[in-house]
Design a binder for this molecule. Structure first.
Ligand code: ZN
Length: 244
């Protein structure tokens, strides 16, 4: 039997893929071309689909976002990088299919990342690498100052109003640039949710069709808040609370 072909379909293009004959696998949370159907018309959605069994966070529509930051230690200015996920990304912490979220989110405190995403980040920020944070007493993929190599903490970048990726309104969005990540995104990390101004960032393609709050269908109801079971869970919970 011929294998099915996995697809990386952005949430906003799912109806189009469905009309062409793609099907949704609810267990693997992925669109695919069924056996017997010509995969030719699906070419633009093929390629490096992040394996949802390897990464708790996956997204078919994700962006590398850049913004200017100044080093807390030596004051040098540099371009910082971040990963932005569009509504429809999947959070699957217990390998049970997880839930599809309707928020825009930055991914922070990343402990694992697809090699493709690392390469994208390092083309812009060669000093993007795993580092040890004394603040969180943990290692994560972090921006580093190209001049003095100091780790630039995620808390400052995402959760303080003068951080490069603080995103409260259109003026904040105007300081950022986005480029789509080809082939989707996969990581293990925390979420800075509720980035509703994200669609205003230059380079986010969804601008054409999205109102302030994109209409979302087929989104699973999030389970009631549970006490986080791990440090990472605590970080995620913190991220959820720390944004307006
Ligand atoms: Zn520095």
């Amino acid at each position: 039997m011929r294998n099915v072909v996995d697809l990386s379909v952005p949430f906003s293009e799912k109806d189009e893929a469905k009309q062409l004959g793609a099907r949704w696998n609810p267990e693997r949370r992925i669109w695919y071309v069924p056996a017997g159907v010509d995969p030719g018309p699906f070419a633009r959605w093929r390629g490096n689909v992040a394996d949802k069994r390897l990464y708790p966070l996956t997204a078919s529509e994700a962006y590398l976002v850049t913004a200017s930051e100044s080093c807390w230690r030596c004051d040098a200015r540099f371009t910082a990088v971040a990963f932005l996920l569009a509504p429809g990304f999947v959070l699957d912490e217990h390998a049970d299919g997880g839930e599809q979220l309707a928020d825009w989110a930055f991914v922070d405190y990343i402990t694992r990342l697809t090699p493709e995403a690392v390469r994208s980040a390092q083309t812009v920020q060669p000093a993007y690498r795993q580092g040890y944070s004394r603040t969180t007493e943990s290692r994560y993929w972090a921006n580093h100052c190209p001049s003095c190599q100091a780790l630039q903490g995620d808390f400052h970048l995402y959760s303080e109003p003068d951080g490069a990726f603080w995103l409260a309104d259109a003026a904040d969005a105007a300081r950022m640039q986005a480029r789509p990540l080809q082939g989707g995104f996969g990581a293990d990390g925390g979420l800075a949710l509720g980035q509703e101004a994200a669609w205003r960032i230059s380079g986010v393609r969804a601008q054409r069709s999205r109102p302030d709050r994109p209409p979302i269908t087929e989104v699973a109801t999030p389970s009631p808040a549970k006490p986080p079971a791990s440090f990472l869970g605590w970080i995620k919970a913190l991220g959820r609370r720390s944004k307006p």
